[in-house]
Design a protein around this ligand. Structure first.
Ligand SMILES: Cc1cc2nc3c(=O)[nH]c(=O)nc-3n(C[C@H](O)[C@H](O)[C@H](O)COP(=O)(O)OP(=O)(O)OC[C@H]3O[C@@H](n4cnc5c(N)ncnc54)[C@H](O)[C@@H]3O)c2cc1C
Length: 465
C-alpha cells in the first residue's frame, strides 16, 4: 500500500493533519474554515467538482447546463495553500490506526478526520429499480433524466408521424418531497410552456405528469398549509398528485401501485425516483452506532462516541437538537462544516470546544415556473407561496451558488428562460433507448381496458390524437 501526501504518523512538532472526505457543502465549508489555521488539510473527493444539488433539477429539465451548477474543488481552494485536493474514492477507514484507504490503493494518515461523504437515493431494497427509475443526486443523474424526458417527446413525435399513434406520454415521479415536487413541476413547465410550438405531430401539452407518494401529504417536512398550497399549485399546473399511493413494483415502462389509495398499474414513458435516501457506506466503517438510513449518530460536538478527533457532518450525520433530528439539507451541512473548523481552532489554541447548535433559517421548494412555497424562519417568520416565494428562492440560490461566474451565468439563463420562454440546455446526449418504450410500441395502441387508468386525462387522449 502506498502512502500519499502526508506521513502516516505525525512527527512531533509538525502541524496537525486534517483529512476531509467529501467536497459537498459540509466538506467545502470545513475546508474554507481551516484555510487560515496552522494545519495541513487533504480534501478527498471521488469527483473533481462540487455540485450545487439544489439546482440539479434545473439541469435535469434543461434550464441550466451542468457547468453552471458545479465548481472544480481544486479551484475553490486555489488561494489556500495549506489545502491539497485529491480526486480519489475513500474505500476504507481504520479509526484506531487513524488512516483512510483509497480506491487507488494509497493510504492517508490523519490527526482529525472530517467525514462529509453525504447520502444517496435508496430504493428500499429494490436496487433492480435503479436503471428503470433514475434518481437525482449527481450531474450524471441529471443529464440522464434530461436525456429520458427529452427523448420521450422525440420518440413520440417519430412514432406518431410514422404510425399515427404513440404510447402514452406519461411521466411518473415517485416521491413527494422537495425533489419530487420540483421535478414534477418542471416537467409540466417544459411540456406546457417551452416545447408547445416545437413539434408538428404531437402536442406536448397533452403529456401527463403524475406525482406518487406513499404518505398522506406532499412535502411532509413542511407545515400543512404549505403542503396543501404546493398540491394545489401542482394541480393548477396540470400535475396529477396521488398521495397514500405506494409503489409496489417497477418494470420497464410501467409502475405498479398499492396502498390505501393505490391506482393499480400505470404506464410510463419516463419514471423518476425521488423517494428515499441512504447514507454513504463510509459511516458504518467507523464502527459507531448508525440510524436506519446509515447516518452516524453524533454528540453535540459532531463526534461519534469515543472518537473525539472524528467529525461526521452533513447528510451523513444523525444529530438531534431539541429532541428532533436535524434534517439532511444544505444549511446544516454548511453550518456543521464551519463548526468543525472552529473546534479544531479551539483544540489548537487549547480552549474549550464549543457545542454545535443548528440555526434553522427555513426551507423552500419550487413548483414550476414562478411559483414556490417557503417556510421562512429567519430574519422573520412567514409561510410564503406563489411568485413571492419563488422570487425569494431565486435570490437565495444565487447567493449560495459557488463561483462568481456561475452566479452571472445562472442569472442570465434564468432571465432568458423565464422571460423569453426558451430553454438553452435542451440536449439529448447518450443512447436513444427508453426502457419499456419499444415494448409499448410493439403492444400497439392502448385499448380502453388497458392499465393506464390514472385520472381521466392519462395519456390516452394524447395517444389517440
Ligand atoms: C436533487 C436534490 C435537491 C436538493 N435540494 C435542496 C434544497 O433545495 N435545499 C436544501 O437545503 N437542500 C437540498 N438538497 C439537500 C442538500 O443538497 C444536501 O443536504 C447537501 O448537499 C448535503 O451536503 P453534504 O456535504 O453532507 O453531502 P454532499 O453535498 O452530498 O457531498 C458529498 C460529497 O462526498 C463525495 N463522496 C461520497 N462518497 C465518497 C467516497 N467514498 N470517497 C470520496 N468522496 C466521496 C461526493 O462525491 C460528494 O462530493 C437537495 C439534494 C438533492 C439531491
Amino acid at each position: 500500500m502506498s502512502q500519499l501526501t502526508t506521513p502516516l504518523r505525525r512527527n512531533s512538532g509538525s502541524r496537525p493533519r486534517v483529512v476531509i472526505v467529501g467536497g459537498g457543502f459540509a466538506g467545502l465549508h470545513a475546508g474554507k474554515g481551516l484555510g487560515k489555521l496552522p494545519v495541513d488539510v487533504t480534501l478527498i473527493d471521488r469527483r473533481n467538482h462540487h455540485t450545487f444539488q439544489p439546482l440539479l433539477y434545473q439541469v435535469a429539465l434543461a434550464v441550466l447546463s451542468p457547468a453552471e451548477i458545479a465548481a472544480p474543488i481544486r479551484s475553490v481552494f486555489r488561494h489556500q495553500p495549506n489545502i491539497q485536493v485529491l480526486m480519489d474514492e475513500v474505500v476504507g477507514i481504520d479509526a484506531s490506526a487513524q488512516t483512510v484507504s483509497l480506491g487507488s490503493g494509497a493510504c492517508v494518515g490523519y490527526d482529525y478526520l472530517v467525514l462529509a461523504a453525504g447520502a444517496t437515493h435508496s430504493y428500499f431494497g429494490h436496487n433492480e429499480w435503479a436503471p428503470l427509475a433514475p434518481g437525482l443526486k449527481t450531474i450524471e443523474d441529471a443529464t440522464e433524466i434530461r436525456r429520458r424526458v427529452l427523448l420521450a417527446f422525440e420518440l413520440a413525435e417519430r412514432q406518431k408521424q410514422e404510425h399515427g399513434w404513440h404510447p402514452p406520454l406519461n411521466f411518473v415521479v415517485i416521491g413527494g418531497g422537495p425533489t419530487g415536487v420540483e421535478l414534477a413541476g418542471a416537467i409540466c413547465d417544459i411540456s406546457r410552456f417551452y416545447m408547445k410550438h416545437d413539434f408538428r405531430h404531437i402536442n406536448p401539452e397533452k403529456s401527463q405528469v403524475m406525482l406518487l407518494d406513499g404518505g398522506p401529504r406532499l412535502l411532509a417536512a413542511y407545515p400543512e398549509d404549505l403542503s396543501a398550497k404546493a398540491e394545489k399549485e401542482l394541480a393548477d399546473l396540470g400535475v396529477e398528485v396521488h398521495t397514500g399511493c405506494h409503489v409496489t413494483g417497477i418494470e420497464p415502462g410501467r409502475v405498479q401501485t398499492g396502498g390505501p389509495k393505490g391506482i393499480g398499474a400505470v404506464e410510463a414513458a419516463v419514471i423518476l425516483w425521488a423517494a428515499g435516501v441512504e447514507a454513504s457506506p463510509l459511516g458504518k466503517m467507523l464502527g459507531a452506532a448508525t440510524d436506519h438510513r446509515g447516518c452516524v449518530v453524533v454528540d453535540n460536538q459532531l463526534n461519534p462516541p469515543g472518537l473525539p478527533t472524528v467529525f461526521v457532518t452533513g447528510d451523513l450525520s444523525h444529530f438531534e437538537q431539541d429532541g428532533k433530528q436535524v434534517p439532511g439539507v444544505a444549511q446544516p451541512a454548511m453550518q456543521m462544516g464551519d463548526y468543525v473548523a472552529k473546534v479544531i481552532r479551539a483544540d489548537i489554541s487549547g480552549s474549550i470546544r464549543p457545542g454545535f447548535r443548528y440555526f434553522d433559517k427555513g426551507d423552500m421548494a419550487t413548483i414550476g415556473r414562478m411559483s414556490a412555497v417557503a417556510n421562512v424562519k429567519w430574519p422573520f417568520k412567514a409561510h410564503m407561496s406563489g411568485w413571492m416565494a419563488w422570487a425569494t428562492w431565486l435570490v437565495v440560490h444565487i447567493f449560495f451558488l459557488i463561483g462568481f461566474r456561475n452566479r452571472i451565468a445562472v442569472m442570465s439563463n434564468w432571465i432568458w428562460t423565464y422571460f423569453a420562454f426558451a430553454r438553452s440546455a435542451r440536449l439529448i446526449t447518450g443512447d436513444q433507448n427508453l426502457p419499456g418504450w419499444q415494448e409499448q410500441v410493439k403492444a400497439g395502441p392502448p385499448q380502453p381496458t388497458d392499465a393506464v387508468a390514472v385520472g381521466d386525462s392519462a395519456g390516452k387522449s394524447q395517444a389517440a390524437d
